[in-house]
Design a protein around this ligand. Structure first.
Ligand code: KIV
Length: 271
């Protein structure tokens, strides 16, 4: 068993140690207490209160409508379920891009709700925000490559860093967020070879999603990972069929109620 799995409580320095030791980091999204507790018990190292909650559980078309209050409420729930995992919470669209002050204020709310680090999208353009938060004692995870909050500007869910110019920008952004003080960076929908190169060049941990096998860790949206969603991206592997199991449980319950088999004497108060 690797050293990371012996760690009783994951802290940000464990990511750098894991990178140096060549141990893979595991991260899943979580949006509520029960799933956070299950993933924590399964040994997942990092729980991401992702703004993917917008499309994964809140019924939105994308992450843009997610409000800070949504992330605060979900962070409180996830923090209540997490014991070992590091809880990282997303700053939603509109809360951090325009100024260092709004970014700080939003991050403070997430930390007060139980987040141990925050994540937000962007490279050099948000380096001042990363610097201020890091200096203020708020650990920052960066998010580069396909950044879902920029889906309109990027023209849809597109792989980033495919041509030389875009790859150069991505590498420069990764250096900028590292220099500004980010402790890790998510690389989303980036060609495997470029993600491998960035992982080798950076001191901070890279966590990939649709970025191949060479990153220091992997993250997936839990509903995709567990077979809960109706659709999932091509880079996702389903590790379970939780949706089908839940539907079968609900159908069995409905059938038992309709037939009068539930509640039976074992599940009733007789006096
Ligand atoms: O919100 C989210 O779930 C994310 C992951 C896709 C990395 O940012």
């Amino acid at each position: 068993m690797g050293g990371l799995q012996q760690v009783k409580k994951i802290r940000i320095q464990h990511l750098a140690e894991a990178k140096r030791a060549g141990e893979k980091l595991t991260m899943l999204t979580a949006y509520d207490r029960p799933t956070a507790a299950l993933f924590d018990a399964a040994g997942i190292d990092l729980l991401l209160v992702g703004d993917s909650m917008g499309n994964a559980v809140l019924g939105y078309a994308n992450t843009l409508p997610v409000a800070l209050e949504d992330c605060v409420r979900a962070t409180r729930a996830v923090a209540a379920g997490a014991r070992r995992a590091l809880v990282v919470s997303d700053l939603p669209f509109g809360t951090y891009e325009a100024s260092v002050q709004t970014c700080f204020d939003a991050a403070v709310q997430l930390l007060k709700a139980g987040a141990e680090a925050v994540k937000f999208e962007g490279g050099a353009r948000v380096a001042p925000q990363i610097k201020l938060l890091s200096e203020a004692g708020i650990p920052v995870m960066s998010h580069l490559g396909f950044t879902p909050q920029s889906v309109n500007a990027l023209g849809g869910n597109r792989i980033q860093g495919r041509d030389a110019d875009s790859a150069r920008r991505l590498v420069a952004d990764a250096q900028a967020v590292q220099e500004a003080g980010a402790f890790a960076v998510v690389l989303e929908m980036v060609p495997s070879a470029l993600a491998a190169e960035m992982t080798a060049e950076l001191d901070i941990a890279t966590i990939g999603i649709g970025a191949g096998a060479a990153t220091d860790g992997q993250v997936l949206v839990w509903t995709d990972m567990a077979g809960m969603g109706e659709w999932e991206p091509s880079f996702v592997k389903r590790f379970g069929e939780v949706g089908a199991a839940l539907q079968a449980a609900a159908a069995a319950y409905a059938e038992a109620v309709r037939s009068g088999a539930f509640p039976d004497l074992d599940h009733s108060f007789e006096s």
